[in-house]
Each structure stands twice: as C-alpha cells, then as structure tokens.
Design a protein around this ligand. Sequence first.
Ligand SMILES: C[S@@+](CC[C@H](N)C(=O)[O-])C[C@H]1O[C@@H](n2cnc3c(N)ncnc32)[C@H](O)[C@@H]1O
Length: 335
Amino acid sequence: MLEAQPAQIAEDKFSIHNLVTREPRAGLAEDVRRGLATKPKRFLPKYFYDELGSQLFEAICLLPEYYLTRAENDILTRYADDIVAEVHGEITLIEMGSGSASKTRLIIEALLRKQPDLLFIPVDISASALDSSSRILLQSYPQLSIEAYAGDYFAGLAELEKTTRARTLALFLGSNISNFDPDEALKFLRALRQVLHAGDALLLGADLKKDRATLEAAYNDALGVTAAFNLNVLARINRELGGSFDLRGFQHHAFYNEELGRVEIYIESTRDQTVSIGQLEMEVQFGKGEQIHTENSYKYALSDIANLAAETGFRRASTWLDSDERFSSNLLLAV
Ligand SMILES: C[S@@+](CC[C@H](N)C(=O)[O-])C[C@H]1O[C@@H](n2cnc3c(N)ncnc32)[C@H](O)[C@@H]1O
C-alpha cells in the first residue's frame, strides 16, 4: 500500500527555531529533581506536554465535561471579525502556547479577510505540536507564513524582543493563563507587554468562576482522559529519565479550592512505595496518600482581568462571552 506523503512546504514559508535543542532533557531533569525534593512535592505543568501529553490534551478538548474549548470556539466563531476589527493596520499574529492551533484558524481567517497575507509566530514548549500544527495551517492557507519558536514562553519572548514587527495581535487562548499563580501571571503579562508596542493588542482567553460541580467535572472526566494526561508526567519521567514509577500505584486527584479560586490537580500515591530515577541517581519515598501537586487552574472574575491588564501595561478594551457565559475572550490594548 502506498503511504500518503506529507505535502512539501516551501522553505521561505516555514521556519522553526528550537530553543531547547542545546540539552533538551536538562530542564526536565533539574526541575524534577527540585520538585521531588520540596515539600509538598510538585511538578511544573509545562512538562505535561511531550508528544503523548499534547495528544492527550487534544482528546481532553473533545470531552463533554471540558467545556472550555467549546466555549472559546463558540466566541471566536461568532466574534472573530469584531475582535480583529479592533486592531488597526497590517497585523502580525503571535500566539503563546498555540498547541494544535485549531481555534487560531478562526482568527487567521478573519485576518485574511482584512489583509492579503499574514505572518504567524507561534511559541510552544511542544515541538511536535508546533511542527504538525504549522504544516496543517500552511496547507490550508497559502497566504500564511510561519516563524515558530519551540521553547518555554519566557525563552520565546526573549527571542521576540530582539526582533521588530508591524502592528501585532498576540493570542493567549485556552485559559493557559490559569496555570500561573497571581504573581507569575503578572510577570508573564509584563514580559509579553515588553515585546508589544502601544496600540498592539492581546486576546486573552480566561475561564470564569462558576459552580463547583461544573468545575470539578471538567477536571475529573468520566472517561479518565484527564487522569491519563496527569499521570503521563510519571510515564514521561520513566521514558526520559529512567524512572521506575508504577503508574498503577498512583491516582489522579482534582478539586476546586474556592477560597483560592483555583482547581488544584495532584497525583496521589495509593500506597507506601519507593521510586528510583536512574538519570538523577535518586530514590524517592512516597507515603500512602502523599501527593505531587502538578497543576493549578485559576478561575477569573471579569474584574480580575481588568485589574491584571491595568497592572501590566494594558487596558481591557472589550470582552466577549460564550452563550452560556462560562468563558471570556478579552481584548487587552497595550497602552
Ligand atoms: C492547555 S494547552 C492549550 C492549547 C491551545 N492554546 C488551546 O487553546 O487549545 C497549553 C499549551 O501551552 C503549551 N505550554 C504549556 N506550558 C508552556 C510553557 N511554559 N511555555 C511554552 N508553552 C507552554 C503546551 O504545550 C500546550 O500546547
């Protein structure tokens, strides 16, 4: 049987700068060592996204309980033309944490109704997601060219600060901002503001505060995909750092901490056990019920977003909600 060949992409249309090629595993190794030595134990959410983790996140987006993707898609389907109309001039599009860039298509199409061509600059820690999403976008839109950066947000922003652009619209979709603690969110938005000029804009997708049942269901789906996404961090440590985690000895745990306004996600040891991590020459003890904190997902009030904008060199110019008012898309203008 003949295998389908991927279509050739012209070299001048696509470049990918790999900011993690120097020692791809060093960051993971150092952060895992540090995270397992602290009390309580913790991992950084960016390590969810190896190739399998990125695919599992795409599956999460299809789950009935995970309303976030559908809600944001609903907003962009209805309002993409209104959103891009608020940014004047020939636009370059940046996206932080673009993933599969499925919803980005709605913004790209709206921009291509306004201008003949478009430079898209996605930044994502997952090189595999960047490569496949870029190729799919380039096949769909001949007017598009892509300059991608594979690496951490802050490494990508440091590179973007060295270059100049025309009027810029930056995207931070999917409520990726939710993973940051409040001080980290300020730090991130200030770093992003540094690469923009007055009059440029940021479209910030932010999940809204709502009832506990809806929030807890979104992170505890019946099919167990979110559990697999969470536990994949242990599988990743086994694969990349020679770990001996027995995944059957750990379980997913997620709940809404209303006081702090965030869903907290943990991996919990179901028994007393010792795990070795070959490349770190490390043995780690887990007591029954002991947890590793893997992710927070902060939920926002619209006033929180206006305050965040005001503290980081932006002004919240417009907000659009989905028809169920679960999710917000906020256009922040750089002032
Ligand atoms: C929750 S997914 C959202 C993907 C997409 N924006 C969406 O709305 O469906 C988070 C994305 O951000 C990327 N990401 C997470 N942490 C990152 C970091 N610290 N630096 C760069 N990319 C990161 C992941 O690889 C993933 O593609």
